[in-house]
Design a protein around this ligand. Structure first.
Ligand code: 48H
Length: 258
């Protein structure tokens, strides 16, 4: 026989043991990143690369968010300078379309970014949806409430399953247009959002990066969620600001951890 003789129960135990070890350890993380899109993965790569215990929670089974595909179902992703420097960092090849505008393959760049985050040591909890936050004194965000995505997707009358919660010193909202972590504070009247503005590429990307940071004690916002919080213009299928915003969010988290 080509393969080692292993029985079904061993395969099952290997899965349970690996998952439970990680889950138990990361039930208390330094930083929880909600959303494994381009901003989330960049922040994860930065933080984990510095030895910070970082957990990415993603509601889908796949990571990457909108980074797999550019606009209009055409899988070319663009970045404006200096966004290409981040593509260099992860080793994603690209071409210069015109001065300052670069084009890369979505699947190639996205898989490089996922690998970079995992190689740096970030842990991934996928098929898991963040539904709420944990709050402490002065409404400081101290963790998130999670449930398995299939549970959230089923009608409540047949899946009345309570969630669990995990703790962190800092939570980063990288959930894209819906700014879902921020929304749980909005629901309680603790924050207001303005909704992202109309498209204006030239204005949008600088604004997103500049506004990336702590929006509420213990909660940082990054990526497209920044546009939603501050009412900034959208940028369409160009991703430099998502990558740079992820970097800036990581550095804001490090400042808080200090
Ligand atoms: C767990 C969740 C939850 C939840 C969502 O949308 P993303 O790609 O986000 P960004 O901000 O990193 O990048 C935005 C970019 O892709 C984009 O759409 C652009 C640039 N648009 C411009 C424009 O003009 O429209 O990724 C967010 C990730 C996804 O993978 C979601 O599945 C995940 O977050 N997510 N994960 N719990 N409650 N909500």
């Amino acid at each position: 026989m080509l393969f080692e003789k292993i029985e079904e129960r061993d395969v099952t135990r290997a899965i349970i043991s690996g998952f439970m070890t990680d889950f138990s350890e990361y039930a208390e993380s330094d930083v929880i990143i909600v959303g494994g899109g381009p901003s989330g993965l960049t922040a994860a790569k930065e933080l984990a690369g510095k030895g910070i215990k970082t957990l990415v929670i993603e509601r889908n089974n796949y990571l990457g968010g909108g980074f797999w595909i550019g606009g209009y179902l055409m899988n070319k992703v663009t970045v404006r300078a200096p966004g290409q420097e981040l593509l260099d960092e992860i080793g994603a090849p690209y071409e210069e379309y015109m001065k300052g505008l670069y084009v890369t393959d979505g699947p190639h760049a996205c898989s490089k970014l996922i690998a970079a985050a995992c190689d740096a040591g970030a842990k991934i909890l996928n098929m898991t949806k963040v539904d709420d936050v944990v709050l402490r004194e002065n409404n400081r965000v101290a963790g998130v409430v999670i449930n398995w995505t299939p549970i959230s997707a089923m009608p409540r009358e047949i899946t009345c399953v309570d969630p669990v919660a995990i703790q962190a010193k800092v939570v980063i909202d990288g959930t894209g247009h819906d700014a879902e972590v921020v929304s749980s504070l909005v629901r309680r009247g603790l924050m207001k959002t303005r909704g992202f503005g109309a498209m204006w590429v030239e204005k949008s990307e600088d604004a997103v990066v500049e506004h990336t940071g702590e929006v509420h004690p213990g909660l940082i916002v990054m990526g497209m969620a920044v546009s939603t919080v501050y009412g900034l213009p959208r940028m369409g299928p160009t991703f430099g600001a998502m990558l740079l915003s992820g970097k800036r969010a990581a550095s804001a988290a490090i400042d808080i951890l200090k």
